[in-house]
Write a protein that binds this ligand. Structure first.
Ligand SMILES: [Zn+2]
Length: 479
């Protein structure tokens, strides 16, 4: 039987296994087989990987479409940026509000506009949203919910929350989400009462600089909330996932509770692996939680190596730099990042000897797919999995510019950085969507990805089985 596509001379980075030199057959959007050589195989299209690594397409579990920009257009522009960065599935943090309150309509919009696949975290913002959890799980295959812990008063209004998020609401939310096996609550952990006090002191002192943003939101303000949510998670039994962990102390708390058996997961973002508060970025570097210190940066890398931190995301916001005007206190927090997750992990991680290429596949794809119920359809290279793939050139060096990344945004915190190691081909369900940094084909190919239930039937463990049938890995990664 002829396949649609055959990728030959590839170094497959299989997260559960390591690096395997093999050919990959693709048919009808799925991986048909992993083969030792191509001699007896037929395909309509042959791609010669030339011994480059092929990883499972990255999943970015932290993307904000429509944040400080147009939601509809973002579905196209920011997913183009995703494809350029080798990201084949995004999970968007969705506010159910106004014309975007009807999730059917949002799915329709996404499928007509997106370049890559997508899923949602649903924001829990009110009693009504807690009552609707069951509907989102059962009717939409939503697997994850998001809470802005401790947002109150003015701060709550700024991010569009109709009520304060106090501990009572957090606890009720964990109870509710916890009733649905397999779901997870994503938590933005920062102690805003503490931050309000510290911020006022710095404003009174006339501070207006990027380090002041960090001093107003110190690492212990994050770690304190992380600790509290972990304890509530232990009491309620609801798994928790900490978005954008930035502080060394938070990683320590997470490690303690993980060791006690609490179902808790940690995400960091690429910017916490590369930047400190002393970066010469001014307001462009303003983000929540803030960029911190060298010690925190090192703790994030160590967290990835030790497995305490499970995933790397972007916290992507594809908006314009004019939103960054004003003083540090009034500028918009956040920046784009979906296209630079893999280049950062490859350049600053693998090429600098901090992590292995296999670890990159774990933290950018496999762990994320597992935590959010998309594995093994997504997150690995196995027979039956979606053919979501990214080919990377470890020797390719590029100087980052906003234009290179294809976002609507006109800035990037990596502007001028030379990064070595880039995606050169991105494939979504067997179709090439990016080649040599350029988008291939039109938008509207992305599909909404529902949570995989037990019913979704292709067999787990297929990877292992087919790997037994081929030779030993020819070039395993070594330290
Ligand atoms: Zn975010």
């Amino acid at each position: 039987m002829a396949m649609d596509t055959l990728i030959k001379n590839a170094q497959l980075v299989i997260p559960e296994q390591g690096v395997v030199r093999a050919c990959l057959g693709i048919k009808d959007g799925s991986i048909q087989g992993i083969y030792q050589d191509e001699a007896s195989l037929e395909a309509d299209q042959i791609i010669d990987a030339g011994e480059k690594y092929i990883l499972p397409g990255a999943l970015d579990p932290h993307v904000h479409l429509g944040f400080a920009g147009p939601f509809d257009e973002h579905f196209t522009t920011e997913t183009a940026s995703s494809a350029i960065g080798g990201v084949t599935t995004i999970i968007h943090h969705h506010f159910l509000a106004g014309r975007y309150a009807d999730l059917n309509k949002v799915v329709e919009l996404g499928e007509s506009r997106s370049h890559v696949d997508f899923a949602f975290h649903i924001m829990l913002v009110s009693e009504e949203s807690l009552a609707d959890i069951k509907t989102y799980v059962q009717d939409f295959g939503v697997r994850s919910f998001k809470i802005f812990m401790g947002y109150k008063g003015q701060e709550a209004k700024q991010v569009g929350l109709p009520r304060d998020i106090d501990d009572g609401f957090l606890f009720s939310a964990l109870e509710e989400v916890g009733k649905h096996p397999g779901t997870v609550t994503c938590i933005h952990a920062e102690n805003n009462e503490l931050i309000a006090t510290l911020k006022q002191r710095l404003m009174d002192a006339g501070r207006d600089d990027l380090p002041a943003w960090e001093e107003a939101r110190p690492g212990f303000a994050e770690a304190e909330n992380v600790q509290r949510a972990l304890y509530f998670s232990q009491i309620t039994g609801c798994p928790v996932y900490f978005v954008h962990m930035s502080a060394a102390d938070s990683v320590k708390k997470l490690a303690q509770y993980k060791a006690e058996g609490v179902s808790a997961y940690g995400e960091t973002c690429s910017h916490y692996l590369t930047h400190t508060k002393d970066a010469p970025l001014g307001n462009l570097g303003k983000v929540n939680p803030p960029l911190r210190t060298e010690k925190d940066v090192e703790a994030m890398w160590e967290g990835l190596r030790s497995g305490v931190i499970d995933t790397v995301a972007s916290d992507h916001g594809g908006f314009l730099s004019k939103k960054k005007e004003g003083d540090i206190w009034s500028a918009m927090p956040g920046f784009p990042g979906v296209a630079t997750i893999l280049p950062v992990l490859l350049s600053e991680g693998v090429n600098r000897g901090r992590i292995s290429i296999q670890k990159v596949a774990e933290v950018s794809s496999c762990n994320t797919a597992k935590i959010f119920g998309l594995y093994p359809r997504k997150g690995t290279i196995s027979v039956g999995s979606d053919a979501d793939l990214v080919m990377v050139d470890m020797d390719l060096e590029k100087t980052v510019t906003p234009e290179l990344l294809g976002s609507m945004s006109d800035f990037t915190i990596y502007d001028g950085w030379k990064l070595k190691g880039w995606p050169v081909l991105t494939m979504v369900r067997g179709e090439v969507v990016m080649k040599d940094g350029q988008i291939v084909g039109g938008a509207g190919k992305g599909k909404y990805v529902r949570w995989l239930s037990e019913k979704d039937s292709f067999k787990m463990g297929a990877t292992e089985k087919c790997l037994r049938s081929i030779n030993k890995p020819s070039k395993p990664w070594r330290t």
